[in-house]
Write a protein that binds this ligand. Sequence first.
Ligand SMILES: O=C[C@H](O)[C@H](O)[C@H](O)COP(=O)(O)O
Length: 228
Amino acid sequence: MDQNALKALVGQEAVKYVEDGMILGIGTGSTVRYMIDALGERVAKEGLHIVGVATSDRSAKQAESLGITIKQLDQVDHIDLTIDGADEIDDNFQGIKGGGAAHLWEKIVAINSTKNMWIVDESKLVHHLGKFPLPLEVIPFGSTHVLEKLDGMGLHPEFRMTEDGHHVLTDSKNYIIDLHLGRIDHPHELANTLNGIVGVVEHGLFLDLVNTVIVGRQDGPEVLNARD
Ligand SMILES: O=C[C@H](O)[C@H](O)[C@H](O)COP(=O)(O)O
């Protein structure tokens, strides 16, 4: 199976956990795309009644096109389960997200969810976080100074740009700075440091958040339980 087949596999596996009547957090990314397709199929075939809260405009659009009801986070009083992708997951179930510039909304949805499930192909499992550049969502105003500050701290920052040379914009119209760290030995310390930088709205370290990970392996999906 190639990587896309593994992504499709975990997407299809994840929707088995969706129950009638649930309020479901819907993540973002190429793996979640498959999950939304599979969810749309269940809604169409089984008449499954769910309400989705999307973590990006693109996920909302795809879900709605498949007949899935989407509400804004502030229109619901809780989320039962959120299914999302991840860029890296380490041995302690800590993660990096934001490769698709959606980590701010994803984190807000995640912390308001009773349970969080991540779906990944096996290439996303690592022993240490940091090979994948750590995304920061930053306010455009003064962002060059934020970049310089991060550079001075030795965090190897780089603005994320489009192919035609513009800043990548998040759904909240902010910029992304990626930190090329190579290896993150102390994710909680780094998260605290980044939380203290004015102008950084949110970083892509998702710590102590996930309950269940479904990993797409060549011999089938593997379910890993991180915490209850
Ligand atoms: O901003 C994007 C999200 O955090 C994604 O969930 C993450 O980047 C994984 O995406 P993909 O499934 O495309 O690798």
